[in-house]
Design a protein. Structure first.
Length: 212
C-alpha cells in the first residue's frame, strides 16, 4: 500500500465532482486524503461541501490581489504550506498559472465533460461543451480526466469513458448523463495517480499495475 497522497481540489462551482472524490476515496480505498479545497469564488457551493467534511478551505479571488504575480505567489504559498502531492481540478474555471504547473509537473489532473481531444480548449467548459457537441451532430460524447499541461485540455489522458448522445438530448440532459459518468471516472483517475500506477510517454499513458 502506497503512502497516502495529500490532495488539494480546486473548484469554482457546485462541487459535485469534489463530492464524488470524497466519497470515492472512502469507498474504494484510494491512498489519498483531501486536505485542502481551493476556490476562486467565495460563493461556491463546493466550499460548503468541503466544510461539512471538515476539510480546510481557501478562497483565492484574483480580484483581491495586486496583479497575477501576487495571486500566483499567494496560491503557491498556501498549497506548499499544506504539503500537497496532487492537485485535482474539479470544475475550476481559471487557467492555472505556469509557475503552479511547473511546481507540480504531472501532478495536476482535470476532469473535462467531453471525449478529449474533441470539444476542448479555450472557452470550452461546462454547458458550452455540451452545446457544441449537440451542434456538431456527434453521436457520442463522454468524459475525460487528463494531466494538466500548458496546452489547455491537451495533456496526457489518464482515463476516459464514452457517453452516447440521444436523438432528443438537450444540453441539460446530455450534461447530466455525462456528469453521472464523471462521478465514477474521477475517483478511478485519482486512484491511478495516487498509486503512481501510470507510465507516461508523450501523450500516451499506460497502467503499470492493475488497480481495479
Ligand atoms: C463538470 O461537468 C466538469 O467536467 C466541468 O465543470 C463541471 C463541474 O461540475 N469542467 C469543465 O468544463 C472544465 N473544462 P461540479 O462543480 O459539480 O463538479
Amino acid at each position: 500500500m502506497s503512502k497516502k497522497k495529500r490532495v488539494a481540489v480546486f473548484v469554482s462551482g457546485r462541487g459535485s465532482n469534489l463530492q464524488a472524490l470524497i466519497e470515492g476515496i472512502a469507498k474504494n480505498g484510494i491512498p489519498a486524503e483531501i486536505v485542502l479545497v481551493v476556490s476562486n469564488k467565495p460563493e461556491s457551493f463546493a466550499l460548503k461541501r468541503a466544510e461539512s467534511y471538515g476539510i480546510a478551505t481557501a478562497v483565492f479571488s484574483p480580484a483581491d490581489f495586486n496583479g497575477p504575480e501576487a495571486f500566483t505567489e499567494a496560491l503557491l504559498k498556501r498549497v506548499r504550506e499544506a504539503d500537497i502531492d496532487l492537485i485535482c481540478l474539479a470544475g475550476f474555471t481559471r487557467i492555472l498559472p505556469s509557475r503552479l504547473l511547473a511546481a507540480f509537473p504531472q501532478r495536476i489532473i482535470n476532469i473535462h465533460p467531453s471525449l478529449l481531444p474533441a470539444f476542448g480548449g479555450k472557452g470550452m467548459y461546462g454547458m458550452h461543451v455540451h452545446r457544441a457537441v449537440l451542434a456538431s451532430g456527434a453521436k457520442f460524447s463522454g468524459a475525460t480526466v487528463h494531466i494538466v499541461t500548458e496546452e489547455i485540455d491537451g495533456g496526457p489522458i489518464v482515463c476516459q469513458e464514452v457517453v452516447p448522445v440521444d436523438d432528443d438530448d438537450t444540453p441539460e440532459t446530455l450534461a447530466q448523463r455525462v456528469l453521472d459518468v464523471e462521478h465514477r471516472l474521477y475517483p478511478r483517475a485519482l486512484k491511478l495517480m495516487a498509486e503512481d500506477a501510470l507510465e507516461i510517454s508523450g501523450l500516451r499513458t499506460r497502467i503499470k499495475q492493475r488497480v481495479d
